[in-house]
Design a protein. Sequence first.
Length: 162
Amino acid sequence: MKAIVNVDNNWAIGMGDSLINHIPADMKFFKKKTTGNVVVMGRTTFLTFPGPKALPNRVNIVLTTDKSWSAPDVIVCHSVEELFEQLRRYDTNTVYVIGGSSVYEQLLPYCDTAYVTKVDTAKPADKFFPNLDKVSDWELACEGDVQEHKDVKFRFTTYRKK
Ligand SMILES: NC(=O)c1ccc[n+]([C@@H]2O[C@H](COP(=O)([O-])OP(=O)(O)OC[C@H]3O[C@@H](n4cnc5c(N)ncnc54)[C@H](OP(=O)(O)O)[C@@H]3O)[C@@H](O)[C@H]2O)c1
């Protein structure tokens, strides 16, 4: 299982229900990595999608405790146990954890790779991803060149579990 996330200099990922950084090249990267695969997210993240509608050409799995909630083309799971039961149908290498904060935190222990887009900003935020530079069982495996979008610098990195 892999995590895919966009963080700022403080490993912040969001403020309220919103993303703090929108980088088109990062959206493209996210689409390329996840298309044809399985994406796992919390209900709050799902509700931020346009529509809100399931991401096309992907198996969308949404975690919620609300037993009455449903959405078209979405597999709903009500616990991590139920999620793992569901994930038995898929190759684990095709499963991407796409947020938000609470779901990353719960599922990171089961991930072996994290695609982390680092954006050189430090905006007000209240949702964070664990700082993998400070987690002893994770290491930086590769780091792309610095790129720029509208004066904002960013780079693609990959972390792997040791
Ligand atoms: N920068 C990035 O790459 C990135 C990516 C994704 C999201 N984000 C940001 O992250 C923030 C959202 O994160 P969040 O932590 O507030 O919300 P979230 O993780 O997206 O969703 C939280 C909700 O998921 C459900 N849930 C979580 N764990 C569950 C479990 N074990 N069993 C059943 N349901 C479970 C619950 O829904 P119910 O309340 O319905 O029970 C919970 O309220 C937003 O700011 C968003 O923009 C950033």
